[in-house]
Design a protein around this ligand. Sequence first.
Ligand code: 5AD
Ligand code: SF4
Length: 446
Amino acid sequence: MSKLKGKKYNIITFGCQMNEHDSETIAGMLQERGCSEVEDRRDSDITIINTCSIRENADKRFFGTLGQLKKIKEKNPDYVACVCGCMMQQQHIIDTIKAKYPWVDIIFGTHNIHRFPQLLENVYQEKQKVLEVLEDREEIVEGLPAKRLFKHKSFVNIMYGCNNFCTYCIVPYTRGREKSRNPEDIIAEIKRLVADEVREVTLLGQNVNSYKGVDTDGRQWDFSDLIYAINDIEGLERIRFMTSHPKDLSDKLIQAFVDCEKLCKYIHLPVQAGSSNVLKRMNRKYDREKYLELVRKLRAAVPGITMSTDIIVGFPGETEEDFEDTLSLVKEVGYDSAFTFLYSVRKGTPAAEYEDQIPEEIKHERFNRLVDLINEGSAAKNAAYVGRVERVLVEGLSKKNDETLTGRTDGFKLVDFEGPKELIGQMVDVEITEGKTFSLTGKLAE
Ligand code: 5AD
Ligand code: SF4
């Protein structure tokens, strides 16, 4: 008999969409065993912290949160504290937890999420802690349930891991090598989601452009083959994907934007830096010109495509001139939005050993200049939407006000507008009345 039935759980998620989706899977597995989610972790029997290792401040936030669980454990000795995710793939983190946070009961990594319910049963039945992370040698496990954050849109993993070893990045060490899911499994999953009222899927992977799936007949599928097949799924309205590596973005994929009406005309294309010099030291395998050429090709083939990016400021050795190359690239591309990051040393990566680290105050000063430029660009792009009618998938009520609906345009812009709750899950036309820096406001079109 399962000891999990009736238990209350709370999940705290740090990091990217991959982690968010892993948390949905963890929630799905617990729900399947009769557990229910609670908002406040102090009311829970089980807390799971799903960690991110990409930047140093993620580590700090994690240990801060972990410290808070001690009090809950003191009040309730049956309380189970669990930690998982990318940070747990680093031995020094596990050693620190064992030494300084003895109230942790379960540690598991990114490769063995499916084993979590069993680990939990063991803790309840045998009162035994499980503090070892299993290695990344297992096959992809199919058929895990997920408790979705949104009723009408869903993440779908198409591949796991990364082979690129950008010199600043910890992901290839924490998520392991690239592994693609079988295309038939992906398509079957999306069909099930559509039957459960999902209208939009976001295909997830660290580098979806290098997807290489093999079907049951032994045929190899690349990423565009997969998009064409998903585009044929009846009842599905929209397809998005993230993240793309510019080095692997093929002409065939650009053509898929033209041919597949469900593929949203939006791309997140991380550039990381505008200087070819820095890109080389980052091991990105493209230079400034090649990236700009790609942007030109995309814009020519897909008029009106919206674009976002990731940029790192203060990579070791970045000169003022290199940084100005980033500013000029941002202006030249004209992004709709961008995620900006201060370079953060990650132990075990090549760039952590580079001697020409940039002083914090210079990093911050450059960061602020970049953010100002990006926000200015986003505000101008959004202002240009005023008067346009955009097709919006209504996702739910706005966070700010529960009289207001919220959704996204094809180009991934957030829109708030007045309307009845019954429209949630539907595609509606919205006339844009205001463009702000981070979102649009509109009204239902006549
Ligand atoms: N420091 C700062 N930003 C980083 N990223 C990855 N590693 C680091 C690091 N060490 C950023 C990259 C990536 C995004 C998810 O996080 O821009 O695209
Ligand atoms: Fe990290 Fe580069 Fe892989 Fe992205 S492509 S996950 S930045 S190593």
